[in-house]
Design a protein around this ligand. Structure first.
Ligand code: AMP
Ligand code: ZN
Length: 535
């Protein structure tokens, strides 16, 4: 079986042969961090995570280097920083915005089952490499200085434009919209530009005395060079990046290194639109990953269901994100997970470690693998998973292994299968109840509403309810028990206080024991008695 991938540059599907099988190298353009990532941004992250998993499977976990950058220097970041932190100096405000957004992005894509890339370089930490590239391009006559800018000279590269295949007159017409007077050719693009007062600024290259900052395209040429070398295997991103971003990356890297190609395969995911239209705040159809996870159209959508929904469309096709498609996917996945759980229980596989061990080192099925080898045909791969008909232990484990390989089944789900058995086999055991409560908290911390909802529904089935008092405190009580748990605890604490005043130690100890049975631990302080749920 050979891996075939579609290459945007040659417009053909070809057999993939890495330059070095001991180190397969892939670069994907990452997010610009100034706000919550939207569901369109999630698409390349999921698509290339599937490819990353496939490459790790084919060449070995330690033989794939996946680089996804973080763009943390950009006009939109500056504008957001000034708006959100008007009292702070701009650079401090920018740091706050990028750190916060970066953290949110990582939480969101982890909930979508994406592995962290091997390296996640930040643009602002690679200014030196960008300057080296710019100096080289000036020295080779591929770039020039004009009014404190450094511009790439498009006519200096005889085969500029091969990726986007835009005709020359269209390129010129496009670039003419607003041509800076200092450009020698309308198509020339910025490598470095002077910073406005207050903006992030670094000492400039190429003998320019005014401080400046890099253009967007040079970032990716510099960071891919640093971590992957002058030429590497795969370069990816959304289809919107073909022109000008990737076209210009190619121009910079090939001219700086005198190489015939920058990457051997250029892969682009199709665009995602929401409810039939391009996402936009004014159209009211802008949706972030976080909104989907927390609640969109009346439901908190599990990260695994969002991923499952995304995999239903081939990566090069456009997707229309709407309530029908996500509902269908979420229901289908829940059905599959329930059958898995039932399959495991029927075979007495009920303990988390047991389940984990059964799945350890399991390879994906030939069917799933062969569909992915054909230019990541994920819709066919999900169809192969769906086609599991019999639920004997072998098939159940095979299905779980396929879902794990696709990044849809996570440890938290497997813990849930185990926890469900534990609680249903012994409802009275409060240790086990607390175990389930722990699972609930794990689910919340992992931003995994599917898991959380499942745990809640198990409590519900058992006639129990779980109430979140504070973020770190959960109270479990009988659903039928109308008296409020907190109130009962408070009442018992007051009775105990009275007993203590009356020096009735037997009674106060009895009440302490009764509370302990309810899972409540008391703490006597000088300001009175506080309580918490035993852990
Ligand atoms: P940005 O932060 O806009 O630079 O985008 C980060 C990544 O998300 C790039 O690879 C984009 O091509 C991709 N992307 C942005 N919007 C969409 C969308 N609506 N559909 C698919 N991919 C997108
Ligand atoms: Zn890029």
């Amino acid at each position: 079986m050979e891996l075939k991938l579609y290459d945007t540059l040659t417009r053909e599907k070809r057999v993939f042969k890495p330059l070095d099988p001991a180190n397969v190298r892939m670069y994907v353009c990452g997010p610009t961090v100034y706000d919550f990532a939207h569901i369109g941004n999630a698409r390349p992250v999921i698509v290339f995570d599937v490819l990353f998993r496939l490459l790790r499977h084919l060449y070995g976990v330690d033989h794939v280097t996946y680089v996804r950058n973080i763009t943390d220097v950009d006009d939109k970041i500056n504008a957001r920083a000034a708006e959100e932190y008007p009292g702070l100096p701009l650079n401090a405000a920018i740091r706050k915005v990028t750190e916060k957004t970066d953290k949110q992005f990582h939480e969101d894509v982890a909930a979508l089952g994406c592995l962290p890339p091997t390296v996640e370089p930040r643009a602002t930490e690679h200014i030196a490499e960008m300057k080296t590239l710019i100096e080289r391009l000036v020295a080779s006559g591929n770039a020039y200085v004009a009014e404190d800018n450094v511009l790439f000279s498009v006519p200096s590269m005889h085969d500029y434009g091969r990726l986007s295949k835009k005709p020359l007159d269209e390129l010129i017409a496009g670039a003419r919209v607003e041509v800076a007077p200092y450009k020698r050719d309308a198509r020339d693009f910025v490598l470095w530009k002077p910073s406005k007062p207050g903006e992030p600024a670094w000492p400039s290259p190429a003998g320019i005395s005014a401080p400046g900052r890099p253009g967007w395209h040079i970032e990716c040429s510099a960071m891919s060079w640093k971590y992957l070398g002058e030429t590497f295997d795969i370069h990816g991103g959304g289809i919107d990046l073909v022109f000008p971003h990737h076209e210009d990356e190619i121009a910079q890297s090939r001219c700086a290194f005198h190489t015939p190609v920058m990457a051997n395969f250029w892969m682009h995911n199709g665009f995602l639109q929401v409810e039939g239209e391009k996402m936009s705040k004014s159209a009211g159809n802008f949706v972030t990953i976080r909104e989907l996870l927390r609640g969109w159209k009346g439901h908190a959508w599990p990260g695994s269901a969002i991923r499952w929904a995304m995999l239903q469309t081939h990566y090069r096709q456009p997707i229309d994100w709407n309530i029908e498609m996500i509902s269908r996917s979420a229901n289908e996945l829940l059905g599959l997970l329930n059958r898995l759980r039932a399959g495991f229980r029927a075979q007495g596989l009920v303990d988390f470690d047991q389940l984990r061990n059964a799945l350890r080192d399991r390879k994906p099925s030939k069917e799933v693998l062969s569909t992915l080898m054909d230019d990541l045909n994920s819709p066919e791969a999900t169809a192969a998973v769906r086609a599991h008909k019999s639920w004997n232990i072998e098939e159940t484990i095979r299905c779980a292994a396929d879902l794990t390989f696709l990044g849809v089944l996570k440890d938290s789900d497997i813990r849930y299968f185990a926890a469900f058995h534990a609680i249903s086999s012994d409802v009275e055991n409060s240790d086990k109840m607390m175990g389930l409560a722990t699972d609930y908290q794990v689910a919340r911390a992992n931003n995994d509403p599917l898991f959380a909802a499942s745990v809640l529904s198990q409590f519900d089935n058992l006639g129990l309810k779980i109430v979140e008092k504070e973020s770190s405190l959960l109270v479990i009580s009988k659903k039928s028990d109308n008296s409020n748990f907190d109130e009962s605890v408070q009442r018992l604490i007051e009775e105990r206080a009275k007993a203590r005043v009356a020096k009735n130690w037997t009674e106060s100890d009895r009440i302490r024991d009764e509370l302990a049975k309810m899972g409540v631990v008391l703490k006597d302080t000088k300001d009175g008695t506080t309580w918490e749920i035993a852990r």
